[in-house]
Each structure stands twice: as structure tokens, then as C-alpha cells.
Write a protein that binds this ligand. Structure first.
Ligand code: INI
Length: 155
């Protein structure tokens, strides 16, 4: 018999940290809105959500690790927007953020979710942070809750 583990995204009693970059705020504020709404919809209490705003995506990993190491935080969600058209060092910023966020998860042993958009154009970033349709902040909220449950199931 194959043992299969899968998490379910329940928010009751869950304490979540969110780190959101201010760079490209016109995108990240919509990711943050989508993320917060989804967490509340799943039963996470407002008082159990901590939000930290950092200058840019490169500052996300340090703060994500700080939050993830806190006893009273179950998972951290990282939100940012790196847009190629706007920067020549796109790859450095995108890869630095991705590597640092993965490190924060491994170093803390908790889910640290990658909700950083890396797009070629502003149009693509807008499309992935839509209030009504696709919103990667909303997806990141579900991923965080699912991962918390999955980690609890795998002892
Ligand atoms: N930060 C982003 O979040 N997105 C970007 O597109 C971006 N660009 O274009 O450079 C960006 N740069 C800032 C970087 O994350 C740091 O805040 C900065 O280098 C200071 O460490």
C-alpha cells in the first residue's frame, strides 16, 4: 500500500507571517490584498496575521527567516514583483529572492511560500495580480495553509 500525504488548506488557529516588498507597490499591494482576503476566507483570524513591508524583493529572505523562526508563526508568505522591463539586473533580483526564500524554509523547517512574480512586462505582472481573476497572492495563501497541514501530517 502506498502512503500518500496531502495537506488541506484550513485556516482555523493558524498564525501567518507575510513579507511584502514595496518595490512595484502597484502590483504587490494587490498581491497582499488577495492574500489577506484568502486567509480570512479560510478562517485565519486578523489578529493571527503579521505583515512586514520590506523595500524590495531582495530584502524578503532575511525578514522571512526572522518571522519563520518565531514559535508562534506556522508559515510565512513572501510577496514581491520583479519585472524584467524595468531592470537590467532582473535575474540577480529574481534569483536572489528565490534562493533566499528557499533557504528560509529549509533553515526554519517551516513553509515559506514563494509568491514573488518574475515577469517580462508590467502587463504580465498586472494579469497575475488581478483583484478578480488570477491573483498569485491569493494562491500563495492557499499554498501556505495546505503546506502547514501537510507538514503536520508527516511526522
Ligand atoms: N526589487 C523588486 O522587488 N522588484 C524589482 O523589479 C526590482 N528591480 O527592478 O530592481 C527590485 N530591486 C530592489 C531590490 O530588491 C533591493 O530592494 C535593492 O537592491 C536594495 O537591496
Amino acid at each position: 500500500m502506498v502512503m500518500t500525504f496531502e495537506g488541506k488548506p484550513g485556516g482555523k488557529g493558524k498564525r501567518i507571517g507575510i513579507v511584502a516588498a514595496k518595490f512595484n507597490d502597484f502590483v504587490t499591494r494587490r498581491l497582499l490584498d488577495g492574500c489577506l482576503k484568502e486567509l480570512l476566507k479560510h478562517g485565519v483570524r486578523e489578529a493571527d496575521i503579521t505583515v512586514a513591508r520590506v523595500p524590495g524583493s531582495l530584502e524578503i529572505p532575511l525578514v522571512a527567516l526572522r518571522l519563520a523562526k518565531k514559535k508562534n508563526i506556522h508559515a510565512v508568505i513572501c510577496l514581491g514583483a520583479v519585472i524584467r522591463g524595468e531592470t537590467s539586473h532582473f535575474d540577480l533580483v529574481a534569483q536572489g529572492a528565490a534562493g533566499g526564500i528557499a533557504h528560509a524554509a529549509l533553515a526554519s523547517g517551516k513553509p515559506v511560500i514563494f509568491g514573488v512574480l518574475a515577469t517580462d512586462t508590467v502587463g504580465q505582472a498586472n494579469k497575475r495580480s488581478d483583484e478578480k481573476k488570477v491573483n498569485k497572492g491569493r494562491d500563495a495563501a492557499i499554498d501556505a495553509l495546505e503546506m502547514i497541514d501537510l507538514m503536520a501530517r508527516i511526522k
